[in-house]
Design a protein around this ligand. Structure first.
Ligand code: HEC
Ligand code: HEC
Length: 205
């Protein structure tokens, strides 16, 4: 009888936490909670997936926090065959200046969705509207260069006076390069990892 009532007390104390006399069973229940914590760490695995989602969110707020990879999942495969969409991510001007028949660009490069995408990976992929690269040169000349939404490439043959400033603009939202530059071959610095202080690729705002 007493055992039965005690069992009832245990059951009640298991439901209502904080019965001193039944702290042992209560701890067992706490152990049960620990295994709930194990479930939480299963949830933590989910939140690892949540971190992936956070990384996807980060692609909007901080594309440089996203893991390296080719977001579009498609690559340029046609070598040096001339095209607006050729060799995304590579240094356009450096190659063109030594290639017969290639246009002489004053400005050229590639815009990506995230900050660390490999050479020849197609960039672009703006979903918020057409992306433009805005160049303002030392004379105040402004070039608005359309970004291919297939490859992310942009280019111009119009002569500019260095140093220039650059921004990527989508629907009035801009990602700005703070420092003026003299080399119009953007991908020289904006490589997958970034060189000469650049954080990585030129990313959509
Ligand atoms: C490794 C060398 C190399 C790189 C890097 C390169 N190109 Fe080219 N590009 C060429 C050559 C060579 C031609 C001329 C090819 C031809 O006439 O078929 C060319 C031609 C072009 C043309 C003219 C296409 C036409 O129809 O006449 C465009 C536009 C172009 N490239 C854009 C770019 C852009 C933008 C980049 C950088 C993202 C780039 N290229 C990177 C070698 C290169
Ligand atoms: C000589 C190296 C170099 C060249 C060439 C260069 N950049 Fe940059 N870029 C940098 C550095 C360094 C930074 C980071 C500091 C800053 O914002 O000035 C940067 C930052 C940026 C950013 C902002 C990155 C961020 O934090 O989101 C954009 C956008 C950008 N560059 C666009 C361009 C474009 C477009 C071109 C070509 C027209 C270009 N850059 C050419 C070095 C370069």
């Amino acid at each position: 009888m007493n055992t039965a009532r005690f069992a009832t007390a245990i059951a009640l104390c298991a439901v209502f936490a904080g019965c001193g006399a039944t702290s042992m069973p209560g701890d067992d229940a706490a152990t049960g909670n620990d295994s709930a914590v194990v479930n939480d760490s299963a949830v933590a695995n989910d939140s690892a997936t949540g971190n992936d989602a956070a990384a996807a969110d980060g692609a909007v707020t901080d594309p440089f926090a996203a893991p390296p990879g080719c977001t579009s999942g498609t690559m340029w495969t046609r070598g040096n065959r001339g095209s607006d969409d050729m060799n995304p991510g590579q240094a356009c001007v450096a190659c063109h200046n030594i290639s017969r028949g290639a246009p002489r660009f004053s400005i050229a490069g590639t815009v990506y969705r995230t900050g660390h995408e490999p050479d020849n990976c197609n960039g672009g992929g703006s979903t918020g509207g057409a992306a433009m690269v805005e160049i303002t040169d030392a004379m105040g000349q402004v070039l608005m260069l359309p970004v291919s939404n297939f490859s992310g490439n942009f280019a111009s043959e119009i002569a500019i006076t260095p140093p220039y400033r650059a921004r990527v603009v989508v629907n009035g939202v801009a990602r700005v390069m703070n420092s003026p530059q003299t080399n119009g071959d953007c991908n020289v610095c904006h490589t997958q990892a970034g060189t000469m202080g650049a954080p990585g690729r030129i990313a959509l705002p």
